[in-house]
Design a protein around this ligand. Structure first.
Ligand code: RIB
Ligand code: CA
Length: 324
């Protein structure tokens, strides 16, 4: 007998890899996306919200998740985006594409978000689903930190929080020391890591091993595969030029690890966030000296290894199956 789909809430800053992750989650029969909350990160939050609405208009999931817009800037710092990676529109320039009769292929959504108080929506979902809920964060942790400030006891009752962020044994990607999601709002990340949540971090230690190459893209099939082919060229080119190899599937791996935790090997670690370093702000720091891990003082579980090929197949088969 098929098991009931697990309720999830996704906090996101789409963003090309976020868009792939949202498609993955919405096409996964074992996940039920109850709400999508947007946060400023890759792009300004209004752009992130429009892109989440475009994806909902494209995939038309039933039931339709609540869409709530969230924080427009980090807790204490000015917003720094990644438009050079994801395009000014956050979808690799795909919003400029036209249909044969000259209409936008991905038009501006006709309606806005259902709510504009994403931290409250996170708390409401935590209250409604409690231990059944998995919160998946794909951007800076601003919304989750704001939700904790008002509703920490509720948030601590959720089943799992899976956050894409951090880098422990590998360099950062936005600075030599920091991964982008943590770097954009290090104060929020520090508050989340100290909040006593059932938290799992999916960071660059594993996401850089799971990449999408141009040759992986399916032939144009239905709307989803055409959307994926339309939004990925810029990020693929950027990744090739900047890092070599395909585009890291950062956010899709976080969704995959939420759906199947066996894809990764997890270590309980006391992870701290640097918030004052001249060269290291946004760095995630854990005591990796032998014998220093384990439960005592652990603040989260960190994915320190991944079955990369199995994870890649997991992601691509679910994404392409959506077109079958
Ligand atoms: O460092 C990768 C993360 O930063 C991903 O979530 C990507 O979308 C960007 O937000
Ligand atoms: Ca993201």
């Amino acid at each position: 007998m098929a098991t009931a789909a697990r309720p999830v809430v996704i906090d996101t800053d789409p963003g090309v890899d976020d868009a792939l992750a949202l498609c993955l989650a919405l096409c996964s029969p074992d996940l039920c996306v109850e709400a999508i909350t947007t946060v400023a990160g890759n792009v300004p939050v209004e752009t992130a919200t429009r892109n989440a609405l475009r994806i909902l208009d494209l995939l038309r999931p039933a039931p339709r998740p609540v869409l709530a817009q969230g924080a427009s800037e980090p807790l204490k710092r000015p917003l720094q985006t990644a438009c050079e990676v994801h395009g000014e529109d956050g979808l690799g320039g795909a919003t400029a594409l036209l249909t044969p009769d000259g209409r936008p292929r991905y038009p501006d959504p006709p309606i806005g978000p259902d709510r504009t108080d994403a931290p409250e929506v996170l708390a409401e979902m935590a209250e409604r689903f409690a231990a059944r809920l998995t919160i998946i964060t794909l951007g800076p942790l601003t919304n989750l930190a704001l939700a904790l400030r008002g509703h920490a006891p509720l948030l601590r009752k959720v089943g799992q929080v899976v956050a894409m962020g951090g880098a422990l044994r590998v360099p950062g990607n936005v600075t030599p020391a920091a991964e982008f999601n943590i770097w954009v709002d290090p104060e929020a990340a520090a508050e989340v890591l100290q909040a006593g949540l059932p938290l799992r971090l999916v960071g660059l230690d594993v996401t850089h091993q799971v990449r999408l190459a141009a040759r992986d893209l399916p032939p144009p099939g239905d709307l989803v595969t055409r959307f994926i082919r339309d939004i990925t060229p810029q990020t693929l080119a950027w990744s090739e030029a900047a890092e070599g190899g395909g585009m890291p599937l950062h956010d899709p791996l976080a969704v995959a690890a939420a759906a199947d935790p066996t894809l990764c090997a997890w270590e309980e670690l006391a992870v701290r966030v640097e918030t004052r370093g001249e060269f290291t702000t946004g760095m995630t720091v854990a005591d990796l000296r032998p014998g220093r891990g384990g439960r005592s003082g652990a603040t989260c579980e960190v994915a320190m290894a991944v079955e990369a090929e199995r994870a890649r197949r997991f992601i691509l088969e679910r994404l392409w199956r959506s077109s079958s």
